[in-house]
Design a protein around this ligand. Structure first.
Ligand code: TA6
Length: 281
């Protein structure tokens, strides 16, 4: 069954024999996804402000056309205008337990002084036993442009202090907490604030012994992986983040940021995708 979200923001929610979930038209943001028989995989803060025009704390925000403060370091709003804009919902389909929801954003819906160019972004989400998210960015103008993008995926875990994140060993990364460049040795464990931008095109596995599962983030068209947990102080500083919620989440974000920003010639398109799959440990 697929129905209108009908709560604080417009969108769709579904329940099928493969699971349940919801996507807001606001930001074309996946809000929740829970495969049948499992704990939710996509995390949402209990303190999230779910209303138009506001960044919603959780789910899978779409960061576009820049990430964070952008490559210049002074861009606002943080993570670009896409996640706080009402996208055009162009397709909703359900068939044999698979739900597909497609949204579009273009210059007519949202621009910024630094990004007032002819563009089109299409977000396609296919939800079934896995959650497949695809972002197609097209240059519909007559001049090249460069953008950053991220699927800022909030994953639900039993206790982030017990989690092991695999798949990034050997990858160089910017450690935004320590302000240094480094190379990942072995698995990532979280014992404090983690905010790292990795150069990586590979699959990441979040091994969660508390919930007894592995969440795989399999991606295409992405050269950046961001891993983030705010830990105690930053959570307390964020109004839409419960003081103890940091224990139950970790972000593994599929992106192209910084040196991996994408330049499109007129008529060119770029596809980035992330698929979440869950298996028992
Ligand atoms: O993805 C990690 C990050 O860039 C962190 O630096 C932190 O700012 C996080 O995003 C959340 O950003 P937001 O604007 O959603 O509060």
């Amino acid at each position: 069954m697929v129905e209108e979200l009908g709560d604080l923001v417009s969108g769709v929610r579904w329940t099928t024999d493969t699971g349940s979930g919801a996507i807001a038209d606001h930001g074309a943001q996946v809000l929740t996804w829970q495969p049948v028989g499992l704990e939710p995989v996509v995390w949402m803060s209990a303190h999230a402000l779910i209303t138009d025009g506001v960044a919603i704390r959780g789910g899978v925000p779409i960061c576009f056309p820049w990430f964070g403060p952008g490559r210049s370091g002074d861009m606002t709003p943080a993570h670009g205008f896409a996640r706080t804009t009402l996208w055009r919902r162009v397709e909703v389909m359900e068939s044999e337990g698979l739900v597909r929801v497609v949204h579009e954003l273009d210059q007519g819906l949202a621009t910024a002084p630094s990004f007032d160019v002819p563009y089109r972004v299409r977000s396609t989400v296919n939800a079934g036993a896995e959650l497949a998210m695809e972002l197609l960015v097209e240059n519909t103008g007559s001049a090249p442009f460069t953008f950053e993008a991220a699927l800022h995926t909030y994953l639900a875990v039993g206790d982030v202090r017990e989690v092991q994140i695999d798949g990034l060993a050997g990858a160089s990364f910017l450690d935004k907490v320590r302000g240094v460049e480094s190379v990942q040795e072995g698995s990532i464990t979280v014992a404090g604030e983690v905010d790292r931008v990795y150069d990586s095109e590979g699959t990441v596995e979040v091994v969660d012994p508390v919930l007894g599962r592995i969440i795989r983030v399999v991606k295409t068209g992405s050269s950046s992986t961001i891993v983030w947990n705010p830990w105690v102080e930053k959570s307390q500083a964020l109004a839409d983040f419960g003081d103890d919620e940091w224990q139950r989440m970790v972000c593994v974000e599929t992106a192209n940021v910084g040196d991996h920003a994408v330049t499109l010639a007129p008529g060119e398109g770029h596809v980035m995708s992330a698929t979440l799959a869950v298996s028992p440990t």
